[in-house]
Design a binder for this molecule. Structure first.
Ligand SMILES: C[S@@+](CC[C@H](N)C(=O)[O-])C[C@H]1O[C@@H](n2cnc3c(N)ncnc32)[C@H](O)[C@@H]1O
Length: 336
């Protein structure tokens, strides 16, 4: 079990007044990893069951290191690997240093923020009937950014007031993401990065979050159905899931894979495996099987010459989706 002293190291300052994580020194925070399962109460959104998380400096194995399970210290810990594709994770491990190079390997993801950040903000504002007054429309909402990489999307969501858990199985990425937080004091205490898998988080933090975001991730997972199921499980009833991904069409094979990787070099070669792309109709069925109501599907198009994304009607290459977890109490009310 973590000592109180260790817990102080991972405290989240002002947002944790009522919990045992009372340190205001969030500069000492590093990315945290999952440890053993243990029940705990959630005092503040970012105090996310810290009794189950181990401070990295303690030198514990996470159970999620790429390509192998961990040594003796984690022997009793369940290692769940269902959604993680080892080759994919190695690919992102190799690219981890480039996350914050805005004209480098992840340029298209940086550019996508112009569409996806407002998409998520507006979806949450509508869904939660938020009346904004202070420039922080997502104030007090808790979001899990699944597959957060270097934090390109986690940070702007935190700047809108949300508490964001950035979750990624690649340790190099969560480390880079954590370091980058230092550059903006406004987000330092609103974002926590966790090195781990969505299925593990979902096994202990069911129905805890207002929103889950999986942007450009589902096309990289080993088991789409389990991945989506875990994302949905994390949501409170009425919570929102936002996904951006690629459709599985002839056009996406020629443009999003061939042209993007070999001609325009928008993303490094080998980034995408077309076989894993997901038609929106299939994603909708998986979501409906998880008690989700799909509210919106929008097409997106990248214009390499302008290095910009545009909303388009056509969903045959890229698309963004917003779904909401059906609240059983609303269904019961409707029946009255
Ligand atoms: C294309 S990047 C997107 C990063 C981030 N969402 C963004 O848009 O800026 C895909 C990310 O998904 C992560 N990833 C791959 N498989 C995953 C899985 N099974 N569960 C969670 N994240 C995964 C990778 O490590 C990588 O950081």
């Amino acid at each position: 079990m973590l000592s109180r002293k260790t817990l102080k190291l991972i405290g989240c300052g002002n947002y944790c007044r009522s919990c045992i994580l009372t340190s205001n020194n969030c500069k000492t925070l590093t990315s945290v990893k999952f440890g053993t399962s243990r029940s705990s109460s959630l005092h503040c959104p970012l105090a996310l069951t810290f009794s189950k998380l181990r401070y990295q400096k303690a030198g514990m194995c996470s159970g999620f290191q790429i390509g192998r399970n961990c040594s003796s210290k984690s022997q009793n810990r369940p290692v769940v690997t269902t959604t993680m594709d080892e080759e994919e994770l190695k690919h992102f491990q190799a690219l981890a240093k480039s996350w914050w190079d805005e004209t480098g390997d992840f340029e298209a993801l940086h550019a996508m923020n112009k569409l996806r950040v407002p998409f998520i903000r507006d979806g949450l504002v509508d869904q939660n009937d938020i009346v904004e007054s202070d420039g922080l429309p997502l104030k007090d909402l808790t979001i899990v950014d699944v597959g957060s990489g270097g934090g390109i999307l986690s940070e702007p969501l935190a700047r809108l007031g949300a508490f964001v858990i950035g979750l990624d199985p690649v340790e190099e990425s969560t480390t880079i993401a954590q370091l980058h937080l230092k550059e903006d004091p406004r987000v330092q205490c609103r974002v926590k990065y966790i090195n781990g898998s969505v299925e593990d988080l979902a096994s202990t933090e069911s129905e805890k979050f207002d929103a889950v975001v999986a942007s450009e991730v589902v096309e990289h997972v080993a088991d789409l159905v389990s991945f989506v199921e875990s994302c949905c499980k994390l949501l409170k009833p009425g919570g929102s899931l936002f996904i951006t991904t690629m459709n599985k069409t002839v056009l996406s094979k020629s443009l999003a894979v061939f042209a993007a990787e070999k001609v325009f070099k928008i993303v490094p070669e080998g980034t995408h495996d077309w076989e894993k792309f997901v038609p929106p109709e299939d994603l909708k069925v998986i979501l409906e099987n998880n008690n989700m109501d799909v509210k919106m599907i929008h097409g997106m198009l990248y214009l390499p010459v302008f290095r910009e994304w545009k909303w388009v009607k056509d969903t045959s290459i890229n698309y963004a989706l917003h779904a909401v977890k059906i609240d059983p109490t609303d269904v019961a009310d409707d029946r009255l």
